[in-house]
Design a binder for this molecule. Structure first.
Ligand SMILES: [Zn+2]
Length: 165
């Protein structure tokens, strides 16, 4: 396929036909990379071979008519970048908000961890206190048993003494 390129000064010349044939669905796009021409035909990318713009890529309507779509690729790229900037800044804001939310979550988790640690320490102290109390009780119980045994032993001895005089 061959087609004549046309630039801003109206210069014409031969060019190599390029790739991209936008067969995908979608209508005419006035900004960014064109998908279709106003006439509904696909857009094809060519490379200029004029003396003024050698090797400069451009999009053109398949019909190659003068009053149909013609757009330099770098102009399309510029428009895409300009149009993407607000989206990038909104993504930036979303990232900043997400970061703030994550920071709050981390702070909450840290607080929770401190609380759990304190709870754990308290439980440990309680367990130690109960262990000590149990030991004291056991000792008391042992003494009581010994005291009862001794008292019973003495009682028997005095009874024998009383009975056997
Ligand atoms: Zn067209």
């Amino acid at each position: 396929m061959s087609c004549n390129s046309r630039n801003s000064s109206g210069e014409s010349g031969g060019c190599n036909s390029g790739m991209i044939s936008n067969a995908e669905a979608g209508g005419f796009k006035s900004r960014g990379f064109p998908v279709k021409c106003k006439c509904g035909l696909d857009v094809v990318m060519f490379t200029s071979s004029t003396a003024k713009n050698p090797g400069r890529p451009f999009f053109r309507c398949k019909s190659c008519e003068d009053d149909h779509l013609f757009k330099w690729v770098e102009d399309c790229m510029y428009e895409e970048v300009i149009d993407a900037l607000p989206k990038i800044s909104s993504i930036d804001n979303e990232i900043i908000n997400a970061k703030a939310e994550v920071a709050v979550e981390i702070a909450n988790l840290k607080e929770l961890m401190i609380e759990l640690k304190e709870d754990g320490m308290w439980s440990k102290r309680e367990i130690q206190r109960w262990k000590k109390m149990t030991k004291v009780c056991l000792v008391c119980l042992c003494f009581s048993v010994i005291a009862i045994v001794i008292s019973m032993f003495y009682k028997k001895k005095t009874q024998k003494f009383v009975l056997g005089y």
